[in-house]
Design a binder for this molecule. Structure first.
Ligand code: PSZ
Length: 288
């Protein structure tokens, strides 16, 4: 049997249902997190819980549990579902209330849901790299909030997929922002460059792990906006996310990067990232 967490209770997954007037369903009025599980253990869980609370705070949703309570409930969910490798999806919405753009007045409880999804590491793509397209960033100006409103991201991802690619690299005019569901990095003169964490991108937890690994291992980093021209001339390009880890990009809009072979800094970071996973979650059986 599979279980889910609904408003603090662990119940059968098939029983976890929300009302048609849940504001998440009608307005995307909520925020979420995806947490990676290796060997039954949560990777970078403190960072995910912190970002979850921060995203909720930024739209005025007060999560009716402490981070410690959330942690304990997620741990119980993992054990009950016997999840070894996969993800936890968790979201909170402003709750159930008669449809109205205005926030409900009175004490409407937020709806909190979490469930687990099995999923192995994408080892083949991590080894060989993936293709991407370029697309104008059509999203709003608070991409730092991990909001349920993902239409802009979905349209970009769908376009990439229809062109046989894994990811869409978004740009606002000449400035590269981020992928539809990832952060984007380039290597230029041996230095790793990625967009600064401001309102135009999500402050990726994987991104921050990578930046810390660079700093600790004497790889130069710059967090700054870079242009489409710099992307085109880059020595290496890669993306990062909770599930894609440190993923080489080997082709953009049909043009090969490094003749289609993942670069040395990318490979080094994959190695360091696996070490970090092992530090937090125990030994990995299969590695890049
Ligand atoms: O399963 C998946 O495909 C996932 S799990 C997390 C993501 C994709 N992406 C998160 C994300 C994002 O949606 C955007 C717009 N920018 C950056 C990221 C990377 O954030 P972290 O590293 O925290 O997952």
């Amino acid at each position: 049997m599979e279980f889910a967490l609904l408003n603090g209770e662990i119940i059968e997954r098939s029983e976890a249902k929300v009302d048609v007037e849940d504001r998440g369903y009608q307005f995307g009025d909520g925020v979420y997190e995806v947490i990676r599980i290796y060997n039954g253990k949560m990777f970078t869980i403190d960072e995910h819980l912190k970002r979850f609370v921060k995203s909720a705070d930024s739209i005025g949703i007060s999560i009716p549990f402490t981070s410690l309570q959330l942690l304990e409930m997620l741990e119980e969910l993992l054990i009950k579902n016997k999840l070894e490798t996969g993800n936890i999806y968790m979201q909170v919405t402003r709750g159930i209330s008669p449809r109205n753009h205005l926030f409900p007045t009175g004490n409407v409880e937020p709806t909190l849901v979490a469930y687990t999804i099995k999923g192995v590491r994408p080892l083949d793509s991590l080894k060989s790299g993936v293709k991407a397209i370029l697309t104008e960033d059509l999203r709003w100006l608070r991409c730092d909030i991990k909001s349920l409103n993902l239409l802009g991201n979905l349209l970009a991802k769908q376009k990439a997929s229809e062109e046989g690619c894994f990811e869409a690299i978004q740009h606002r005019g000449q400035d590269v922002t981020e992928g539809s569901s990832s952060n984007i990095f380039i290597v230029k003169d041996g230095s790793v460059i990625t967009h600064e964490s401001n309102n135009l991108i999500l402050k990726g937890i994987t991104k921050d792990v990578i930046l810390e690994l660079c700093t600790k291992n004497n790889i130069q980093v710059q967090e700054r906006t870079f242009s489409l021209a710099e992307l085109e001339e880059a020595e290496e390009v890669f993306l990062s996310s909770t599930t894609a880890e440190v993923m080489p990009i080997i082709e953009i809009d049909g043009k090969k990067i490094r003749a289609g072979v993942p670069g040395p800094i990318n490979k080094k970071l994959q190695e360091l990232f696996e070490k970090e996973i092992e530090k937090q979650c125990g030994l990995l059986v299969d590695k890049v």
